[in-house]
Design a protein around this ligand. Structure first.
Ligand SMILES: NC(=O)c1ccc[n+]([C@@H]2O[C@H](COP(=O)([O-])OP(=O)(O)OC[C@H]3O[C@@H](n4cnc5c(N)ncnc54)[C@H](O)[C@@H]3O)[C@@H](O)[C@H]2O)c1
Ligand SMILES: [Zn+2]
Length: 357
């Protein structure tokens, strides 16, 4: 089992990664021997596939609360429903909430944990690749509004993150591939060598080779832990992780969450690279290199149906990444060289959108 430490002073926590990592629940105080009250907030699909593997590891009195799978559950209505289940079960302040599922379980369940009785401890057990490489680490929690993604939320660092790679075995191909987009994103903004590793190892990664997967998850968690330790609340550095996301979130919402988050991030990177290329910031060869990798990993290169450019520009303005009315974009000048800009025009967005439709 690999162990990574997120250094945040009194809010520091471990990330356990590997097969059977779920046994670490005992070390986190949520194990069968402990007397801590445990509430599991689980994606319905994940609970039915893997709930039984968790049962013997949790204390006898634990409760499991499920929600319907998918992005459409990231709502305030769902938060209220989960709060009311916690109320019915008389979950107290010393309790620990274990989130069990993908990024939706972590964002939604983490927000419920952060707000229940003004905040209870939370352990994330990510079961998608996307959540394992990105969403589970860093303490961002929240839900969507019809007006935009993740508009309501708080920072609530988990007490631990447990990535049990056994759970990934049942992940459908499409969700597995979507998770690779966040890994590619993080490599592009932070680690040129890791991007080259993706290129060299693409076949093994796509074939879910255990050693390749272990490295992929571990390296991403190391990179994210390092960024979060330096900039927990996105005052500066952490914002580079929004590369691909200004356009990505707009596409996600305009398509009514028909595509996976990771698929939208891949499309977002393509469009944002096109903006950077048109500005003369990014060499065409580098943009092509990223496009080739996205294609080889099986991520989409095109939107399933055309989007109106003014709608995309308007959706970008509704995103969180707006400051003083200007939309913030993370563009890249090359691998490992992100740059934050706030002056991308609707005309530039319209021109760049042609890259994916
Ligand atoms: N908090 C953060 O820092 C952060 C970072 C990145 C993304 N996110 C958020 O994460 C969300 C996307 O996460 P996601 O892609 O994991 O989506 P998800 O949680 O909806 O999971 C995708 C699908 O996979 C299924 N699933 C999950 N684990 C499975 C398993 N082991 N076997 C079979 N099926 C399984 C789920 O039921 C669901 O249908 C978005 O809401 C995004 O905004 C948050
Ligand atoms: Zn993301």
């Amino acid at each position: 089992m690999n162990l990574i430490h997120v250094s945040l002073g009194s809010r520091s926590y471990p990330i356990y990664i590997g097969p059977s990592a779920r046994v670490a629940l005992a070390e986190c105080g949520a194990g069968a021997e402990g007397d801590t009250q445990v509430a599991v907030i689980a994606d319905e699909t994940v609970a039915s596939l893997h709930g039984q593997r968790l049962e013997p590891l949790l204390n006898l009195g634990h409760i499991v609360i499920t929600f319907p799978p998918g992005e459409r559950s990231k709502t305030l209505e769902q938060v209220e429903a989960l709060h009311r289940r916690l109320a019915a079960a008389r979950v107290e302040r010393h309790a620990v909430i274990v989130t069990f599922g993908g990024g939706v379980a972590g964002d939604l369940g983490g927000f419920v944990a952060a707000t229940w009785l003004r905040g209870v401890r939370c352990i994330h057990m990510p079961t998608t690749l996307l959540a394992a490489v990105d969403a589970a680490v860093g303490g961002k929690t929240g839900v969507n509004l019809p007006e935009g993604k993740n508009l309501v939320g708080v920072f609530h660092q988990p007490a631990a993150v447990i990535v049990d790679t056994d759970f990934l075995d049942t992940l459908p191909a499409r969700d597995f591939t979507a998770g690779l987009a966040e890994s590619v994103k993080q490599a592009i903004v932070r680690d040129a060598e890791f991007l080259a590793w993706h290129e060299a190892t693409a076949a093994a990664v796509c074939g879910r080779d255990p050693a390749a997967l272990a490295h992929l998850i571990t390296r991403n968690c190391e990179l994210k832990a390092d960024i979060v330790a330096q900039d927990e609340r996105e005052a500066g550095l952490r914002a580079i992780l929004n590369y691909g996301h200004t356009i990505g979130h707009a596409i996600e919402r305009l398509l009514g969450y028909e595509l996976r988050h990771g698929e939208c991030v891949a499309l977002g990177m393509l469009v944002e690279n096109e903006v950077a290329r048109a500005r003369g910031l990014l060499a065409p060869s580098e943009a092509d290199r990223i496009r080739d990798l996205i294609a080889r990993l099986g991520l989409p290169l095109q939107v399933p149906r055309p989007l109106d450019a003014p709608d995309v520009a308007a959706a970008c303005r509704a995103d969180k990444k707006v400051r003083g009315g200007a939309v913030n974009f993370v563009l890249i000048r090359g691998i490992g060289a992100p740059v934050r800009v706030a002056d991308v025009t609707p005309a530039e967005i319209a021109a760049a959108l042609t890259a994916i439709q």
